[in-house]
Design a protein around this ligand. Structure first.
Ligand code: S3P
Length: 438
């Protein structure tokens, strides 16, 4: 455990740049490992989760090498040529590594053991076991479809048409990645759109993938299997999920004016910006451009008098990782913020509904937990009291960072029980915050 107290600060002013997008970083390594030849990546997130993916791809035959700061080279083995790993694949804290790699293994003639930390070992894998079993893979999982588990891939795997029962980009991606080495067409039907990095990147690597949008918004994604992927040069844009902590920090600390450069604003990820604007947040976009096939902008965020709102549950998938940060903003807003439709938050790195309710309550916020969300009565901008004892982060990086930001708006600050998990997604978070919050 590495506890730390985060104290109120002066205005946050200046310019920062957040590290590369986690979702895109994972996929860069995985797809690079399946292409024939060298993929070069810049701006790769060097967080523990992505390093777990890199180690796993090495264990299955790819060469994954760090050349410099965020600069990596991946020598792929080609679709169908992944090797049998000789030791268990340690996924650490990373659900994305686990679920996507289960998909890759599912259509290769290899067997892999997946293990992870206490948080990951509580998370449901049945959601990927179900479609991948339909494709022919065999699973031996711990009780409740959890880690540790063993996957035996099928050759040939069977193409399926799978309608997602939960709005999950990880499940979608697991099926598509399995489809890469499956003869015929693998189809994923997505009633509620989720982040589309897999689709964009598979196309970029030369896979034959089409997306049809039906009149009700349902997306039908078709991938032609036995694909040959061509190596790419990838520039990873900054992670909007990491930027979110600094956006909220600048909005709630009086006098702040913060520029956050190079923030990915893919519409399937940018819900937090829209919701904070609806709450009255002043967030300006400058220098809109494309980086690595994704829309990107520099954001200028100014301290704002936020107002509580009812958050439309339809926007949840496009900000699914940002609710802990939003809850902090809501605790400082004027009036009541109501969130609903967030059942998925209960199966993230922690139960983010229960854990944020407990943490914010300990800091003096007025929070009511419901089955599928939180109702938060904000202070109208007055500082919260803060915590006398440490809040429990339950090995969840986003709880630690959200409550660190809350500490900036608490008279007595916030004590976080363990800051180590921050390194899974945002190793330089504390350094950036300390550099601003003088
Ligand atoms: C991710 C998908 C989301 C998100 C996670 C990253 C991805 O998970 O919470 O941090 O890279 O595909 P779900 O698919 O479980 O919603």
């Amino acid at each position: 455990m590495k506890p730390r107290r985060f104290m109120p600060s002066g205005p946050l002013r200046g310019t920062i740049r957040v590290p590369g997008d986690k979702s895109i970083s994972h996929r860069s390594i995985m797809l690079g490992a399946l292409a024939v030849g060298e993929t070069r990546v810049t701006g790769l997130l060097e967080g523990e989760d992505v390093l777990s993916t890199a180690a796993a791809m090495r264990a299955m035959g790819a060469s994954v090498e760090r050349l410099g700061d965020g600069e990596w080279s991946v020598q792929g083995v080609g679709v169908g040529a992944l090797l049998q790993p000789q030791t268990p694949l340690d996924m650490g804290n990373s659900g994305t590594s686990t679920r996507l790699l289960m998909g890759l293994v599912a259509s290769h003639p290899i067997m892999a053991n997946f293990i992870g930390d206490a948080s990951l070992s509580k998370r449901p894998m049945g959601r990927v076991i179900e479609p991948l079993s339909q494709m022919g893979a065999a699973f031996d999982a711990s009780e409740g479809g959890r880690l540790p588990l063993t996957v035996r891939g099928a050759l040939p795997a069977v193409p399926i048409s799978y309608r997602l029962p939960v709005a999950s980009a990880q499940v979608k991606s697991a099926v598509l990645l399995a489809g890469l080495n499956t003869p015929g067409i693998t189809t994923v039907i997505e009633p509620v759109p989720t982040r589309d990095h897999s689709e964009r990147m598979l196309r970029g690597f030369g896979a034959d993938l089409s997306v049809e949008v039906e009149s009700d918004g349902t997306r039908v994604i078709r991938l032609v299997g036995e694909a040959e992927l061509k190596p790419q040069t990838i520039e990873v844009p900054g992670d909007p999920s990491s930027a979110a902590f600094f956006i909220v920090a600048a909005l709630i600390v009086p006098g702040s004016e913060l520029t956050i450069q190079n923030v990915g604003l893919n519409p399937t990820r940018a819900g937090i910006v829209e919701v904070l604007r609806q709450m009255g947040g002043k967030i300006e976009e400058l220098n809109r451009r494309e980086v690595g096939g994704e829309p990107v902008a520099d954001l200028v965020v100014r301290h704002s008098a936020l107002k509580g709102i009812a958050v439309d549950p339809a926007i949840a998938p496009s900000m699914i990782d940002e609710f802990p940060a939003l809850f902090v903003a809501a605790a400082l807003a004027e009036g009541t913020t109501v969130t609903t439709g967030l059942e998925e938050l209960r199966v993230k790195e922690s139960d983010r509904i229960a854990v944020m309710a407990a943490a914010l309550t300990l800091a003096g916020a007025r929070v009511t937990e419901t089955e599928d969300g939180l109702t938060i009565h904000g202070t109208g901008g007055d500082l919260l009291r803060g915590t006398a004892t440490a809040i429990a982060t339950h090995l969840d990086h986003r709880i630690a960072m959200s409550m660190a930001v809350a500490g900036l708006a608490c008279r007595e600050g916030v004590e976080v029980d363990d800051t180590r998990p921050i390194a899974t997604s945002f190793p330089i978070f504390e350094a950036l915050l300390d550099g601003l919050a003088q």
